[in-house]
Design a protein around this ligand. Structure first.
Ligand code: FA5
Length: 350
């Protein structure tokens, strides 16, 4: 075989080896073997001195051309191999975000009472109400006196509570927020529309339907010409939102010192639709909240002229709402922190 043929065979085999190499180390060995100082190309170039003057440039050109081809093929393969390594790595490290987690940390859920309260807040914000919070340690003046319950009034007994001193107490209802917001309100900016959720306290003996600490949501609207029709329409929206679109409501006369007239509000039973069942004690109706038109004395006590303005107010017990809606038989379940009970309401949040 001539030197030229030798060189061409060397090139063909070399290109084949380069294409077959699948690791950088193997490719490097091929490079050293083919193009290194002791390699066949170097040998061929060295042996050119023995060639005739006529042959020398021809073979020299061929040897240089082959050296160039092999060098380029090695460089190209080198880039390919680096990319292959990266691709392999990416493939191995791909994270499947659809896989379920290992559940090492158990996530909790918002307390069912907070879910109900926030849901009602959202509803009223949508109706243009402000959401206002007030102090749990309240002055006698706001909790009772401004609400038309003077010092010797018998209605105080029904809400006996925890006193800090003669003038300070744990609020027995959220109604003191009525006076607090009325005092602050500037009617030149529009009607007063607020709800005020929060904790309240009473020296009640704890049983299945009573807790010494529970929640209320106060509602108050004051403007010119507010009537019972406004109250009824608003409460209908509320109970339908919480208990279902086909609920009807009825007003029963009642008594609160701070409203006149006062009403207890019943809804058609959501379990039987009004036919009568165990939940509604065969009456077809369930009592859900107290309400009424703001008593003129309460308006006056907060500096509002009852000849010009009128208002409605209501007080919702979200604990009772939750008990009715979810069939909870004992109010103490909400406060005993048994996770098995609480996690049943996971995902109820809107
Ligand atoms: C009041 O507290 C009035 N302030 C409500 C009101 C506001 C009437 C504005 C008119 C206008 P009452 O004492 O009925 O009313 O309580 C209201 C609601 O709180 C009840 O319907 C009930 O859902 C809840 N509630 C009362 N006592 C307890 C208790 N010990 N444990 C749990 N919930 C209670």
């Amino acid at each position: 075989m001539s030197l030229k043929e030798n060189l061409e065979k060397l090139r063909d085999n070399g290109l084949q080896d380069i294409a077959n190499s699948n690791e950088e180390q193997v490719l490097n060995d091929i490079r050293v073997k083919l193009l290194g100082k002791k390699g066949p190309i170097t040998d061929a170039l060295k042996s050119m001195k023995d060639l005739s003057a006529e042959e020398r440039p021809k073979i020299g050109a061929i040897a240089n051309q082959i050296k160039k081809e092999l060098t380029e093929a090695i460089a190209k393969r080198q880039v390919e191999l680096v990319q292959l390594v990266i691709q392999e790595k990416v493939k191995k490290e791909t994270i499947d975000v659809t896989l379920p987690s290992r559940q090492t940390k158990k996530t909790g859920t918002q307390h069912i009472l907070n879910q109900i309260i926030e849901d009602i807040e959202d509803l009223f914000i949508g109706l243009g109400y402000q959401v206002i919070s007030g102090p749990e340690v309240e002055e006698d003046k706001y909790n009772f006196e401004k609400m038309n319950i003077p010092k010797d009034h018998p209605a105080r007994d029904m809400q006996d509570t925890f006193y800090i001193d003669d003038e300070l107490l744990m609020r027995t209802h959220t109604s003191p927020q009525q006076a607090r917001t009325m005092e602050q309100h500037d009617f030149s900016k529009g009607p007063l529309k607020m709800i005020s959720p929060g904790k309240v306290y009473r020296r009640d003996t704890d049983d299945a339907t009573h807790s010494h600490q529970f929640h209320q949501i106060e509602g108050l609207v004051v403007d010119e010409n507010i009537t019972m029709a406004d109250l009824k329409g608003t409460l209908e929206v509320l109970v339908r939102h919480v208990f279902g679109e086909d609920r009807k409501i009825r007003f029963r006369p009642s008594y609160f010192p701070f409203t006149e007239p006062s009403v207890e509000v019943d809804i058609t039973c959501f379990a039987c639709g009004g036919d009568g069942c165990r939940i509604c004690k065969q009456t077809g109706w369930i009592e859900v909240l107290g309400a009424g038109l703001v008593h003129p004395n309460v308006l006056r006590n907060s500096g509002i002229d009852p000849e010009v303005y009128s208002g409605f107010a209501f007080g919702v017990g979200p604990d009772r709402f939750a008990m009715l809606k979810y069939g909870v038989e004992d109010i103490r379940n909400f406060y005993s922190n048994d996770v098995r009970f609480l996690e049943q309401f996971k995902g109820e949040e809107a």
